[in-house]
Design a protein around this ligand. Structure first.
Ligand code: NAD
Length: 499
């Protein structure tokens, strides 16, 4: 067990600045109107720094820098760009602990996750897209004996990227790495509640990137965010966040006639078929672990398996065992490597989750465990903690239909395969899903029947760079991760040549 010191205190790996500026044209630049906003750590609820409150003028400045950098960056060979991305990946690895502690402090997520998953995965995405752009091929067609069609993939130009607060660094890596690999330059806005870890990451890698290739403007959605997504000077928008904001951004993209990649909300089903209950080997244990994964990242994951569907025939044994597994999770100081469940990312998010705990009760759902805020001691008393909660109810309830984005599971039972699929698909969303069975035919059939972009089969919450990620239905448009994403940051030039 390691307990990292709180940033700024003796022995801490990281000390945050008193204030952070925007990063534009390779320099740290104060906001045009001099305004800053306070940034709070959800671990203790205390303000720990101030951040530039960017607005339209700052976005314009960043767009100037990004367009100025575009000709040179896009003219670099794929190998040259790949070399830089590869070095960024290595640099992130070299600063693992420091960046992991920064992410934990800014977001409230346990350091065991930032050390083992968020930061190493971010580094890996840079290296993956470095390799992918070098391996990318384009087609040549011989139309007839006198004519050949050559196809070239060209970058789009300056792209706008809007990052959520649940995985600040990983979501930034998912967006930055393919965009830069493909030869674009970027203006990126972090989420206002978690901007600082991204800025610390930039400090660690800034010497590797030519000025203006990557620009960061901090600020609020309605100010810096809206100025970026409505600008006629961007050639694409990539957004991760709520479906409500995503819908608005899609309308802006339609007006600008630019592509939009939208990673939005989810209400993912996690389906447990009766054959998981056979205890002859460790599969049962694996399934219980998969059930408990709704608590990962405090449930603040768009793919959170927030609906569990358990076959009726095993409900009497499986559900108590699964609840016991949930109750084994250690909630506490996010800077302690033993902690599995940390703090919600903001006070607003904690209040939203709390309101759903009330809604669940009012709807008549049964509380099987949890059901309240968690009161921690000492410094942590002011932080934003919620008890992992399991409700039992039915799929018509609001807690089954609306994205709560917290450690709150809505559990129900099903009779047979068709019943399971009908409940699983009875949602506006289609991002993640899980299927658990020893029977390959069952998992395959369920995997094909569930209307979602990702179906984890006998596993959950793996995010390898080489697997496509994205939503069906109201969960979004387009994909992230996997080399196919390069296409979303490129346009095809056809040279039709007559000989
Ligand atoms: P949000 O969609 O408002 O914010 C996400 C990002 O979009 C932030 O960077 C924000 O500044 C920016 N943004 C907001 N309004 C904008 C606008 N008009 N133009 C441009 N950018 C804008 O989400 P939120 O309010 O922070 O959270 C609300 C709910 O959204 C959460 O409770 C959760 O259910 C959901 N959410 C989902 C994801 C996901 O990964 N699917 C991520 C974050 C939040």
């Amino acid at each position: 067990m390691t307990v990292y010191a709180q940033p700024g205190t003796e022995g801490s790996l990281i000390t945050f600045q008193d204030s952070y500026d925007n990063y534009i044209g390779g320099e740290w630049v104060a906001p045009a109107d001099g305004e800053y906003f306070e940034n709070v750590t959800p671990v203790t609820g205390q303000v720990f720094t101030r951040v530039a409150r960017g607005k339209a003028a700052d976005i314009e400045k960043a767009l100037d820098a990004a367009w100025a950098a575009f000709p040179k960056w896009s003219a670099k060979s794929a190998t040259e760009r790949a070399d830089i991305l590869w070095k960024i990946g290595d640099r992130i690895d070299a600063n693992l602990e420091k960046i992991a502690v920064a992410e934990t402090w800014d977001n409230g997520k346990p350091v065991r996750e930032t050390l083992a998953a968020d930061i190493p995965l971010a580094a890996d995405h840079f290296r993956y897209f470095a390799a992918a752009i070098r391996a990318q091929e384009t087609g040549t067609n011989e139309i007839d004996s006198d004519m050949v069609a050559y196809h070239f993939k060209e970058p789009l130009g300056v792209v706008g990227q809007i990052i959520p607060w649940n995985f600040p660094i990983l979501m930034a890596a998912w967006k930055i790495a393919p965009a830069l690999a493909a030869g674009n330059t970027i203006v990126l806005k972090p989420a206002e509640s978690t901007p600082v870890s991204i800025l610390e990451l930039i400090k660690a890698i800034e010497d590797l990137l030519p000025a203006g290739v990557l620009n960061i403007v901090n600020g609020f959605g309605a100010e810096a965010g809206a100025a970026l997504t409505s600008s006629p000077r961007i050639r694409k928008i990539a957004f991760t966040g709520s479906t409500t904001t995503g819908r608005f951004i899609a309308q802006q993209a339609a007006n600008l006639i630019i592509p939009a990649t939208l990673e939005l909300g989810g209400k993912s089903p996690n389906v447990f078929f009766e054959d998981v209950a056979d205890k002859k080997d460790d599969f049962y244990d694996k399934a219980l672990e998969g059930f408990a994964l709704f608590q990962l990242n405090q449930g603040e994951i768009c793919t959170c398996p927030s609906r569990a569907l358990v076959q009726e025939s095993i409900a009497d044994t499986f559900i108590p065992d699964a609840i016991a597994r949930v109750e084994q999770s250690v909630q506490g100081n996010p800077l302690d490597t033993d902690t599995q469940v940390g703090a919600q990312a903001s006070e607003a998010q904690m209040k939203k989750i709390k309101s759903y705990l009330e809604i669940g009760r009012q709807e008549g759902a049964e509380v099987l465990t949890g059901g309240d805020v968690a009161h921690l001691d000492g410094d942590l008393a002011g932080g934003y903690y919620i008890q992992p909660t399991v409700f039992k109810g039915n799929n018509k309830m609001r807690i089954f239909q609306e994205e709560i984005f917290g450690p709150v599971l809505a559990l129900t039972t099903f009779k047979d395969f068709d019943d399971a699929m009908s409940i699983a698909n009875d949602t506006l969303y289609g991002l993640g899903s899980g299927v658990w069975s020893r029977n390959w035919r069952t998992t395959y059939k369920a995997g094909r029947a569930i209307q979602a972009g990702r179906v984890w089969t006998n596993t959950y919450h793996n995010y390898p760079a080489g697997a496509a990620f994205g939503g069906y239905k109201e969960s979004g448009i387009g994909r992230e991760t996997h080399k196919m994403v390069l296409d979303a940051y490129q346009q095809v030039k056809n040279l039709l040549v007559s000989y």
